[in-house]
Design a protein around this ligand. Structure first.
Ligand code: KIV
Ligand code: ZN
Length: 515
């Protein structure tokens, strides 16, 4: 049985998904969950991209102990220094440096000759090896690279000291047969390939990312890269949960396993979905809501007689609890704390106390509080902006709506200077009236770019979760708001987006002051 390393890039390639923007607290919480899931390697970000990315990679490197943390660098010394600056002192600092090798990328993007590309790759890997015990080099757009050139550059990069070589299908162009063949080819032709690990990194533009990753494993890849729920640039990356469960269920065929704790899969997927606002489609393999639902009479009859007739994956395998013990207003702190532990949360006593109060308030209004509600309460508590760093606090909200009237919102907010502002405004709908009012209150220009609403769990009294993206004073920010009322959730999401910008500013100031 071969061991396959899981390289998770949810926080780097995944965060490159359009409209996704996690802050440091959220990234750290997600990294902790990826560690619990058992990812061998966590790509925490791209430190040279921004101060925020640098800080997040640093914090994740300091927090995570059982996974190797890596950061991405372009093939230049400054980027490599940035990764080293953020990861030096961690248990196993790892560098991921990449350079494009396909004719299209070398000619039009890099404007470099093949020989110059080899020279740059060798120079950067040699430089990185002075600092990092593990250096991964990626041949960007490897699947559209001339094979003879790929072999030539791999020979040189291995001589320069690379420990892992990744061959990405950057634009999701390859077919499983071609991608598998690429791995077989380099295995047979690259000098010293037996001393390094080969890694697969697939994108899902043609819907083949999982199949391509598995084909690479069949043909010699010992590491696969991907994201939870398959989030990522354009159509996304290979979904790690699909690859890991496929290897597990078809162990007879692949004869390979990962070290992932598969019963942490669903929780990880829920967390990614909640923090990014990217809802998992109901029919998504492994983690979709309908993945275990049997709708047709013939299937239901079969499953009742013998589960394996139509069920190849059990809900328990991925950590879906069939014991849906609901809590209600009579549930005490003990039952709530037990539920938090069962759901895998580790909160401080103070945060747990505050979360319990939120639960009690909800239980007064909602008949049954289900796991999804508690997951939402605890995640919000775990990732909230510190009250002292919140620039704007919602104090009250009143909306008047009538089919034949103009919707009007009246809102009170405690402003940055501690003063309470009280304003009313109209809009063509209730949400617009709220947002017009908030925008009037704010000292800088603000504009709504995107608005999404999901219900948590189910039922007519379900919690509403609103996600917004705004442009505030020229900066784009995402916000999340949860409440039983959709209008309150909407107001909270908008203020959260503004508060995140001020909290980021404060973080930056603190980081600069500590330098
Ligand atoms: O898709 C890709 O080629 C990448 C590289 C940076 C590895 O994400
Ligand atoms: Zn990628």
């Amino acid at each position: 049985m071969r061991n396959i390393d899981i390289f998770d890039t949810t926080l780097r390639d995944g965060e490159q998904s359009a409209g996704v923007n996690l802050n440091t607290i959220e990234k750290v919480e997600l990294a902790k969950q990826l560690e619990r899931l058992g990812a061998n390697i966590i790509e925490a970000g791209f430190p040279a991209a921004s101060k925020g990315d640098f800080e997040a990679v640093k914090k994740i490197g300091e927090t995570v102990k059982n996974s190797s943390v890596t950061g991405l660098a372009r093939a230049n010394l400054k980027d490599i220094d940035a990764v080293w600056g953020s990861l030096k002192g961690t248990a196993e600092p790892r560098l991921h440096v990449f350079l494009a090798t396909s004719p299209i990328h070398m000619t039009y993007k890099l404007k470099m000759t093949p020989d110059e590309v080899i020279e740059k790759a060798v120079e950067t890997v040699k430089y990185a090896k002075k600092f990092f015990p593990v250096v991964q080099w990626s041949a960007e757009d490897a699947s559209r690279t001339d094979k003879a050139f790929l072999v030539k550059i791999m020979n040189e990069v291995i001589k320069a000291g690379a420990d892992v070589i990744n061959l990405p299908d950057t634009v999701g162009y390859s077919t499983p047969q071609e991608y598998g063949e690429l791995f077989r080819y380099v295995k047979e032709n690259v000098y010293g390939v037996e001393n390094i690990k080969l890694s697969a990194h697939c994108h899902d533009d043609l819907g083949m990312a999982t199949a391509n990753s598995l084909a690479a494993i069949e043909n010699g890849a010992d590491q696969v890269e991907g994201t939870i729920n398959g989030i990522g640039e354009r159509a996304g990356n290979a979904a790690l949960e699909e690859i890991a469960v496929a290897l597990h269920i078809r162990e007879d065929f692949y004869k390979a396993k990962t070290r992932l704790k598969l019963d942490e899969t669903k929780k990880t997927s829920n967390l990614v979905s909640k923090l990014t606002g990217m809802k998992v489609p109901a029919n998504k393999a492994v983690v979709g809501e309908n993945a275990f639902a049997h709708e047709s009479g013939i299937h239901q009859d079969g499953v009742l007689k013998e589960k394996t007739t139509y069920e190849i994956i059990t809900p328990e395998l991925i950590g879906v609890s069939t014991n849906r013990l609901v809590l209600g207003k009579h549930s005490g702190r003990h039952a709530f704390n037990n539920k938090a532990i069962e759901l895998g949360f580790e909160l401080s006593d103070q945060k747990l106390k505050e979360a319990f109060q939120t639960f009690k308030d909800l239980a007064d209004k909602k008949k049954e509080v289900v796991d999804e509600d508690i997951f939402s309460i605890l995640t919000n508590k775990q990732t909230e902006i510190k009250a002292v760093d919140e620039a704007y606090k919602l104090q009250s909200l009143q909306v008047q709506y009538g089919m034949n009237n103009i919707p009007t919102a009246t809102i009170s907010v405690t402003m940055e200077d501690g003063e309470v502002t009280h304003i009313a405004s109209t809009g063509s709908g209730s949400v617009e009236a709220i947002y017009n009012t908030i925008e009037k209150m704010l000292p800088s220009q603000s504009k709504l770019l995107d608005y999404k609403i999901h219900s948590v769990g189910g039922g007519r009294d379900a919690l509403a979760e609103v996600y917004v993206r705004i442009d505030y004073n020229g900066n784009v920010s995402n916000g999340r708001g949860t409440a039983q009322d959709v209008l309150e959730a909407s107001a909270r999401a908008y203020l959260n987006a503004v508060n995140r910008l001020s909290a980021d500013k404060l973080e930056k100031q603190k980081a600069e002051a500590s330098l």
